[in-house]
Design a binder for this molecule. Structure first.
Ligand code: ADP
Ligand code: MG
Length: 267
């Protein structure tokens, strides 16, 4: 069974696109056929792959547009340098879809994915910040929410917001589980350590054992258009992202064995 993951946080700049890209690359490296989808109108993930949204004939915008429908097949790009990794780019004018108020708008992405989802082991959807059209579409399509959390105390405000927001989505429509990944960790600060301890206390089940350190290499890898795990494969941050991918494989396997629901991110 395929496993669909929404990478989301209400807050911007928490490492969502970085996490989506590197976890997907690590899953693909482990031999799992993986599809990455950029549904962010500011197309950070598309850019991290060294691509320009306007250079693609078909993007996620066409796939989600009822007036000009394209199938998801037409939008999937093969990333030839990386075995098992496939990609759907975003579009600069993606945001126009939000204003259409179509019936069943929250299911557009799930419906678009349906014909291909079972041909992948993992599908990762990189969400924009905020809560609304794009994240909701990802939640409805997903089995798991991965929440990259920057290791600063302000992170708890967004987590609380997400918890109450998700609680308002009918249970059969929202993902059954969530997984928190601490990002941008600066080991020199006491503050960052305290945040990880607090996350541990509040979310003992859902917190990743791997913390992603802050390192300038991430910007450099984006300039080169490469996932960090391939740019600097032996760096501690690359190993940490591989560790997160392993955890996700375990969650996927345990879900296949025991498909019961879990709690939402409320503390
Ligand atoms: P989001 O998608 O949540 O907005 P990004 O993944 O785009 O966040 O990351 C925001 C910025 O922080 C980017 O410039 C990215 O290269 C950088 N970044 C992400 N993770 C790290 C990290 N662990 N160390 C240093 N810089 C990082
Ligand atoms: Mg992003």
């Amino acid at each position: 069974m395929s496993y669909v993951i929404a990478v989301s946080n209400e807050k911007g700049g928490t490492g969502k696109s970085t996490t989506a890209l590197n976890v997907a690359a690590a899953l693909a490296e482990r031999g799992h056929k993986t599809l990455l989808i950029d549904i962010d109108p500011s197309f950070g993930l598309t850019r991290m792959l060294g691509a320009k949204p306007e250079s693609f004939e078909t993007t996620i915008r066409d796939v989600l547009d009822d007036e000009n429908p394209a199938t998801i097949h037409e939008a999937i790009q093969e990333l030839k340098e990386y075995k098992n990794l496939f990609f759907v780019p975003a579009h600069t004018k993606l945001a126009v879809l939000e204003a259409r108020f179509e019936p069943f708008w929250e299911r557009l992405l799930a419906n678009a994915l349906a014909p291909v989802v079972e041909t992948y082991d993992f599908v990762l959807i990189d969400c924009p910040p905020g809560l609304g059209f794009f994240p909701i579409n990802a939640y409805v399509a997903a089995d798991l929410i991965v929440i990259p959390v920057q290791t600063e105390f302000i992170a708890f405000t967004s987590l609380d917001k997400m918890g109450s927001y998700l609680g308002g989505i009918p249970e059969d429509l929202r993902p059954a589980a969530f997984h928190l990944v601490p990002t941008l960790y600066d080991k020199r600060t006491k503050h960052a350590k305290e945040v990880v301890q607090e996350l541990q206390k509040r979310f003992p089940e859902a917190l990743s054992k791997h913390v992603i350190p802050r390192t300038v290499g991430f910007s450099d890898s984006s300039v080169e258009g490469k996932p960090f795990i391939h740019y600097d494969p032996h760096h501690a941050a690359a190993e940490a992202y591989r560790g997160v991918a392993e955890e996700i494989i375990e969650i996927w396997q345990s879900k296949n064995e025991n498909p019961s629901a879990q709690a939402q991110p409320t503390s």
